[in-house]
Design a protein around this ligand. Structure first.
Ligand SMILES: *Cc1c(COP(=O)(O)O)cnc(C)c1O
Length: 293
């Protein structure tokens, strides 16, 4: 009963909308709309922890960056399920401690305990979650995403489809490609192609399951501010009235527009949420570029 109630919170299947951007028609999978507090690919990756039993669990332990979308989603999950949540970060800047905002502030409000050391114990009641949710348990929810796309495709009479989404750990792109009859394209946002390839191999050593990696002409570093990212984000908003995330989506759209051979088939772009992260990214962009743009 309890779990059934939780799962009813999620609006699934998420809608697929048509948008016109840069003169081109795209289909957009609105995973940002799954739930106001539990959305995007983190909702997909952690779906199994809502739908399945895990009744022996009392605490989640995870680690990663101090503004991570995964951290926030795990705080929501822990709160919903009545679990404790311990999260390890290497560093919290003084400024953030004094002015909590974005994912960090919201996760603390949900009861997250921040630590700088984690003692791996053999206790049975702890769920360890890899940074960014890079683990095989993610496949459960991403398979549901693949099925939703499949059913939509059939209902629309679409035969061939190219799917695109930007990657961090590559977990979402990999399991989507594995469970889909369509070709999945992605681009690395966190490291380079070599890094992303390694991430894929950690999850699945069958290269036939790996998505196709596309690269931008220019090299970008994760978390850095680029004028063309900000203008891409603004253009997306002004042409579609949809807010995208500022960390992954700008590079995603840049690479997509640089690879127009993909437009030979209908294109489905996956909106993977992450909008609370914009609360910390947007002021940084505005401080840097407001006066020159
Ligand atoms: C986490 C995240 C990604 C990266 O997902 P991976 O499965 O790690 O590749 C992309 N976009 C958004 C908005 C995210 O929050």
């Amino acid at each position: 009963m309890y779990r059934k109630k939780l799962i009813n919170f999620l609006s699934l299947p998420s809608p697929i909308e048509e948008i016109l951007f840069d003169g081109q028609l795209f289909y957009l999978k609105r995973d940002d709309l799954i739930h106001p507090d539990f959305s995007g690919n983190k909702a997909r990756k952690f779906h199994t922890y809502l739908s399945n039993d895990f009744s022996n669990i009392e605490k989640i332990i995870s680690y990663g960056s101090n503004q991570s979308n995964a951290m926030y989603s795990l705080s929501v999950l822990s709160k919903l399920r009545g679990w404790k949540f311990e999260y390890k970060v290497d560093h919290i800047p003084e400024y953030l401690k004094e002015n909590p905002h974005g994912n960090y502030a919201r996760a603390l409000e949900n009861g997250m305990l921040i630590t700088d050391s984690i003692n791996i114990t053999t206790e049975q009641n702890i769920l360890y979650v890899e940074e960014g949710g890079r683990q095989s348990e993610a496949e459960y929810g991403i398979k549901i995403l693949a099925q939703e796309i499949e059913e939509w495709k059939v209902s629309q009479g679409i035969r061939e489809l190219n799917i695109f989404l930007p990657s961090g750990t590559g977990t979402t792109a990999l399991y989507l490609n594995k469970n889909s009859s369509n070709r999945v394209y992605t681009t690395p946002c966190v490291g380079d192609s070599e890094y992303l390839k390694k991430q894929f191999l950690m999850l699945d050593n069958n290269e036939l399951n790996h998505p196709i990696i596309l690269n931008t002409v220019k090299k970008y570093h994760f978390g850095k501010l680029y004028k063309e990212f900000y203008t891409m984000w603004q253009n997306l908003y002004s042409q579609t009235a949809i807010e995208f995330d500022l960390l992954y989506d700008p590079k995603g759209w840049i690479v997509l527009l640089e690879n127009r051979e993909l437009f030979s088939e209908p294109i489905l772009y996956i909106h993977q949420g992450g909008l609370i992260g914009n609360e910390s990214m947007l002021p940084r962009y505005e401080r840097k570029y407001k006066n020159i743009l």
